[in-house]
Write a new protein. Structure first.
Length: 85
């Protein structure tokens, strides 16, 4: 499920069966690791599973419309900032 099933067909991300996957270095942004996967839901939910960092981050709220809030993104950023190497 976490393998890229559209490899080479899209320029900006890879997709597994049900979520986005980071299968190539070009898909990496400032956060994440190769082999990680993620998704965001309709009513302000999101998750990230980063296998390299041994981390799962989940954000859940019930807000629609979001009113231009980016709390989900901030929570994911905070989770990565909390990692101690």
């Amino acid at each position: 499920m976490s393998e890229d099933h559209v490899e080479g067909k899209l320029d900006n991300t890879g997709y597994g069966l049900g979520f986005g996957v980071i299968s190539q270095e070009r898909y990496l942004t400032e956060l994440g690791s190769m082999g990680g996967y993620y998704w965001g839901g309709l009513c302000f939910t999101s998750f990230v599973i980063d296998l390299k960092e041994d981390m799962i981050a989940v954000f859940m709220a019930q807000l629609r419309p979001t009113g231009e809030l980016n709390l989900d993104s901030k929570v994911i950023h905070l989770a990565y900032q909390a990692i101690e190497d």
